[in-house]
Design a protein around this ligand. Structure first.
Ligand SMILES: [Zn+2]
Ligand SMILES: [Zn+2]
Length: 421
């Protein structure tokens, strides 16, 4: 086995100089060889997170980048070339893994702007071609052609910290170009590709948040429309809220904040008598949750009871939103529950009040966009009131500008069609 790395390098050289990469037989051959290589390093993803831990496979081939590829520009560019062109899902996913395994030895390469452009364009071309392939197709399971690319993006972001001061400098100046490929790929993801869609959305929102005013101004309308359309099609904040209630309803264990039985399924438990949403293994756990600082259950228990009485989470998003609105449960009530129940998540910001204000702004924006979309369908005058309210929200300047562009686009679309979409 020890002789294999040189043979692999030789083969890699021969293949890349002799054959067209679209040659199916060659792809299969490389796929098979890469599978063997990859099978011997099954824990490579985990090792990426802890690069200094010795691998239990260290006595086998291959364990490091140098075992797989020639170091330096040839190895880097060769791999990127294959990454961009390989249309076969299994082979693409192997190349992504090999790329990630070799990443530390590519840092010298990635320090060069020209190499970063090559990487970003390879990712864009993969996203473009896979989005085209899966669009309109009812792919029944997770498609490896697109999932491998999403995984690459996610891992580049997640495991960058130790090696790069800031992963964003990897794609500096290329954000808009990447987003222009990421968004159509998100849109192409059907039911079976939901995990990929979420990964891509996470990457897009991270990247989106790094843009400056100029980049916002130069962003194509299709991207800005997509960003807001996603919020509308997701049902505004009511759908998020309904999903939160569903999640709470299905939580198996004890809701005691420090209870070790929080994930236990077969628990002898008692229900909060009022909201009937939280379970506890003991009176002590219940009291602890009731008085929990800074988010005591007692501040939302009655409110939750009210919501569940008129709008059970089993309703579909539109019915749920209508039921909430009919009972006077609006954005303020929802955001109180949000910040209480998801307190920890919202409070990753330094300042609690600022965090709650920000959460409130985001929720209001989603809610108003959803309302706007509903109102524009029936050509109601209400759309202009909603626009006014939207612009009064304490949004950042560039978000307001994007929002304005989006709303004008929707109004234009509705007026041109006669029958609004
Ligand atoms: Zn407990
Ligand atoms: Zn309760």
């Amino acid at each position: 086995m020890r002789g294999c790395p040189e043979q692999m390098n030789y083969l890699h050289f021969r293949i890349s100089t002799t054959f067209s990469p679209m040659d199916c037989l060659v792809l299969r051959l490389v796929g098979a060889l890469s599978s063997i290589a990859f099978a011997s390093i099954p824990s490579s993803d985990a090792r990426l997170a802890r690069p200094h831990q010795p691998s239990k496979f260290s006595s086998h081939w291959p364990t490091a980048a140098r075992d797989l590829l020639p170091n330096g520009p040839a190895g880097f560019r060769g791999l990127i070339y294959w990454l961009a062109l390989s249309g076969d899902g299994a082979v693409a996913s192997i190349f992504v893994r090999v790329f990630l395994l070799c990443r530390p030895s590519f840092y010298a390469e990635l320090a060069e702007q020209s190499s970063r452009i090559i990487l970003a364009r390879a990712i864009c071309s993969r996203l473009d071609s896979t989005a085209e392939q899966i669009t309109g197709q009812d792919v029944p399971c997770l498609d490896p052609r697109i999932s491998s690319t999403a995984q690459l993006l996610n891992l580049l972001v997640l495991f960058c910290g130790a090696e790069w001061p800031n992963w964003r400098c990897l794609f500096e100046g290329l954000e808009v170009e990447l987003l222009a490929s990421v968004f159509p790929a998100i849109a192409a993801c059907g039911e079976a590709q939901i995990p990929v869609k979420l990964q891509l959305c996470r990457f897009a929102s991270e990247l989106y948040a790094t843009l400056d005013d100029d980049a916002y101004d130069s962003m194509p309308a299709t991207i800005t429309n997509f960003i807001f359309d996603e919020q509308v099609s997701y049902g505004g904040c009511f759908r998020h809220f309904r999903d939160l209630l569903r999640w709470l309803t299905n939580r198996p264990g004890c809701a005691g904040p420090n209870c070790p039985k929080h994930a236990e399924r077969k628990l002898q438990r008692s229900l909060c008598a009022r909201c009937r949403l939280f379970y506890y293994c003991s009176k002590e756990c219940q009291m602890e949750h009731w008085h929990l600082r800074p988010h005591p259950h007692k501040t939302v228990c009655r409110l939750l009871q009210r919501v569940l009485a008129c709008a059970p989470p089993s309703l579909d998003p539109a019915q749920f939103a209508a039921a909430c609105r009919a009972h006077g449960l609006g954005i303020e009530e929802l955001s109180i529950i949000y910040s209480n129940v998801l307190g920890k998540r919202l409070l990753t910001f330094a300042d609690e009040e600022a965090a709650q204000a920000e959460a409130f702004t985001t929720l209001s924006q989603m809610e108003l966009l959803h309302e706007f979309d509903t109102a524009i369908r029936v050509e109601s005058d209400r759309v202009f009131d909603i626009m006014d309210t939207l612009f009064e929200l304490p949004l950042e300047h560039h978000i307001s500008k994007l929002l304005c562009r989006y709303l004008l686009h929707r109004v234009d679309l509705a007026s041109r069609k006669g029958t609004p979409s």
